[in-house]
Design a protein around this ligand. Structure first.
Ligand code: SIN
Length: 308
């Protein structure tokens, strides 16, 4: 079964890859992704300076999903700029994920990381876990301003990673902003921010930062992820490549993302829980599912969701 995909002109050997944030901070973790069957190596979202992130515990897995408030622990963009040429030797696309603690950080990082030669750059407009910093992706004007600042600095395909939206008016507003900025691909969605998981036995929250508030991931968010993939797929009439992220635990979950319009999928919670072996399992499951349904490739079923 052909599970290769092309996004913004870049060929991926498989349509599964890690979500930024899931075991992709250190050189060792990124190299393990390089050796695995992940179709790409996606770095942790990088900031100007290295960060330890939020206090522990900051990740909690439960049946059906996970909650995290990592707080962008990362090595700082200078270190990722050094690592990128080594990571490219694994022979699969390297996606550099760029974040920032204020708007001015993004262009500074984008310029430098672009020079390091990643295959694509993903601009993260949606980290929900920095205390006191709202998600830029919920402000269409600020997002447009930022995308317009970084776009001219980037010579490889540039994508944006967005938070989940819950109203068609917001899909429309962000879709229009994105349409003005020369964006080459979308990544939908980041975790569902500022959720709260309660342990009734302990009568307590399960993570320490922000009073227990954090981003929800895993199976529980799949319908929200699918809705966002579908809404933006339709907004751009199928012309905007989309990486679907959220709730991919099985090959069937990936198939649903593809049907909604995703070209590829990223794996977060399942990767954290299962390790890099998850990619081989997902490939096998998706291939069997596509075969059963008579498709010849992952590309072939993209966007083919039937409406009633
Ligand atoms: C985090 O580091 O807190 C998660 C990053 C993100 O959600 O973008």
């Amino acid at each position: 079964m052909d599970l290769t995909v092309t996004i913004a002109g870049v060929k991926f050997p498989a349509c599964f890859m890690n979500a930024s944030g899931a075991v992709c901070v250190t050189h060792e973790e990124l190299s393990a992704l390089g050796r695995s069957r992940s179709g790409a190596i996606v770095t942790k979202s990088m900031t100007v300076e290295a960060r330890q992130g939020n206090p522990l515990p900051r990740y909690y897995g439960f049946s059906g999903g996970s909650i995290n408030s990592m707080g962008l622990p990362n090595l700082g963009y200078r270190m990722y700029a050094e690592l990128i040429p080594q990571l490219k030797q694994f022979g699969k696309p390297v996606i550099a994920s760029v974040a920032g603690l204020c708007e001015d950080d993004f262009p500074a990082i984008a310029r430098a990381i672009n020079e390091a030669g990643p295959d694509l750059i993903e601009v993260n407009l949606s980290c929900p876990n920095i205390p006191g910093k709202p998600q830029i992706g919920y402000d269409a004007e600020a997002s447009e301003r930022l995308m317009k600042r970084v776009r001219p600095l980037i010579t490889v395909p540039m994508g944006v990673k967005l938070p989940p939206y819950f109203d068609p008016a917001h899909h429309q507003l962000m879709g229009e902003a994105i349409g003005h900025c020369g964006v080459d691909f979308l990544n939908l969605i980041n975790s569902v921010g500022n959720a709260l998981v309660v342990d009734p036995n302990e009568e307590a929250v399960v993570i320490k930062p922000k009073g227990g508030f954090g981003g929800l991931g895993g199976a529980i968010i799949k319908p929200i992820a699918l809705a966002n993939v579908r809404a933006f797929y339709k907004h751009f009439k199928g012309t905007m490549p989309i990486i679907g992220t959220g709730g991919v635990v099985s090959g069937l979950d990936a198939f649903e993302h593809l049907l909604c319009g995703a070209s590829a999928v990223q794996v977060g919670t399942a990767l954290v829980e299962e390790g890099v072996e998850v990619f081989a399992r997902l490939e096998k499951e998706l291939a069997a599912c596509l075969e059963r349904k008579g498709y010849k490739s992952a590309e072939e079923c993209r966007g083919r969701l039937k409406e009633l």
